[in-house]
Design a protein. Structure first.
Length: 334
């Protein structure tokens, strides 16, 4: 049993590393899927300050369907399911299957796109006009790091850093906690001559709340309970920016029992390999949040996808901060 488990883990990690080497994408996708959200925004391709999504929100519909495809994996250490997922995405036929099924995840795709467009709208409202790398935007490599594939992580980080330097990038504004942690800490600690300034968009908005508030066209009518990202609070110590921004756009904010530095996990870090355990963790957190309000807001795409699974069973609605920003700045129903 132990030997088979070790073999399955080894195969999964090898496949993941191979995907990253061949395509730069953890799922092994060969065609661009991460730029559609930006249509019509006319983000410039050149500049020194770039919005950096790392494809995280754009991956949500594919992750949702891919994990469903492997949900029947052998219960013998569900890493077998992870390996199947990675191998499936790396094949042309597999990519087509995932893309086809992801077409049925229209709601999650719309939420991810809206969140990113809301972030851009908010940055522009406070006077920040970031550029975007479009099809050249790389994945951060966070999954490699989280799984402890150190050699491949370092090689990928070097490739990404070289790309950013070749495009004369001086500053990146990231949109999610996992990418923020990678570029703020992991890249800085492991790469020589790393001098790129890394900022989370909530940091910028929190310093310009008066301007942001003045740009709002409406405020949410519902009371929202906040779910803090483990990475954002525990790893990075960022607790207040989200609350300042939420208050600025008129959110009537509620705090759950476990919040801030003591936040409870959404189940996200283990959803690929241990699906059953992940569901138990996310359901427990969903129930805790639902006890405060049926309206929940998050600041992380992984939290968004894990808690959104329980919208129907628990009668809740999960929104990303970017979605709330979009509605507040463009007006209800826009």
């Amino acid at each position: 049993m132990m030997k088979k488990s070790k073999r399955l883990i080894s195969e999964a990690l090898t496949t993941l590393a191979g995907n990253m080497n061949r395509t730069g994408d953890p799922l092994g996708f060969k065609s661009v899927y991460w730029t559609e959200w930006s249509k019509g925004l006319d983000l410039p391709r050149e500049g020194h300050t770039f919005l950096f999504t790392a494809r995280m929100y754009q991956m949500l519909p594919y992750i949702l369907q891919a994990t469903k495809l492997i949900s029947t994996a052998s219960p013998l250490l569900c890493v077998n399911g992870l390996n199947r997922l990675l191998r499936l995405g790396n094949r042309l036929a597999g990519e087509k299957v995932i893309r086809l099924k992801a077409a049925t995840s229209g709601k999650m795709k719309k939420k991810g796109n809206k969140a990113l467009r809301g972030i851009v709208s908010a940055l522009r409202a406070v006077g920040i006009q970031p550029a975007y790398l479009y099809e050249d935007e790389p994945y951060s490599g966070v999954l490699l790091h989280d799984l402890g594939i150190n050699g491949e992580t370092h090689a990928h980080m070097k490739r990404v850093h070289n790309l950013l330097k070749s495009r004369q990038v001086k500053q990146i504004i990231v949109t999610d906690p996992h990418t923020f942690h990678m570029f703020k800490n992991i890249y800085a600690e492991n790469l020589e001559a790393y001098d790129i300034e890394v900022t989370h968009y909530l940091e910028i908005l929190a310093e310009k709340v008066a301007i942001l508030q003045g740009a709002c066209k409406g405020a949410p009518k519902e009371k929202y309970v906040i779910h803090d990202s483990c990475v954002m609070t525990r790893e990075l110590g960022f607790v207040e920016p989200a609350r300042k921004v939420a208050t600025a756009i008129g959110v009537d904010l509620l705090e759950p029992e476990n919040a801030g530095l003591n936040t409870a996990c959404c189940g996200g870090p283990i959803e690929y390999a241990f699906g059953e355990l992940s569901e138990k963790v996310s359901l427990l957190r969903g129930k805790e949040l639902a006890a405060c309000s049926r309206h929940i807001f998050v600041n992380c795409p992984i939290c968004l996808i894990n808690l959104s699974k329980y919208e129907t069973p628990l009668g809740i609605r999960v929104s990303d901060m970017g979605e709330l920003l979009y509605d507040s700045l463009h007006g209800p129903g826009h």
